[in-house]
Design a protein. Structure first.
Length: 53
């Protein structure tokens, strides 16, 4: 990444906040679970490629 400006990934913008407010508690948990599973899979893939044995 060549941009000199730091990215603010931990800040939820207004559009996303409105989207999440419209979801039920269960739907928000399901979204979070899917994000967690995706991140875990990405980490697992990186670790496997760096440690093939």
């Amino acid at each position: 990444m060549s941009s000199s400006a730091p990215r603010q990934l931990d800040i939820v913008d207004d559009v996303m906040a409105d989207f999440l407010r419209q979801k039920s508690e269960g739907e928000r948990l399901s979204i979070a679970n899917g994000m967690w599973r995706h991140a875990r899979g990405m980490i697992r893939s990186v670790l496997r490629s760096e440690n093939p044995d």
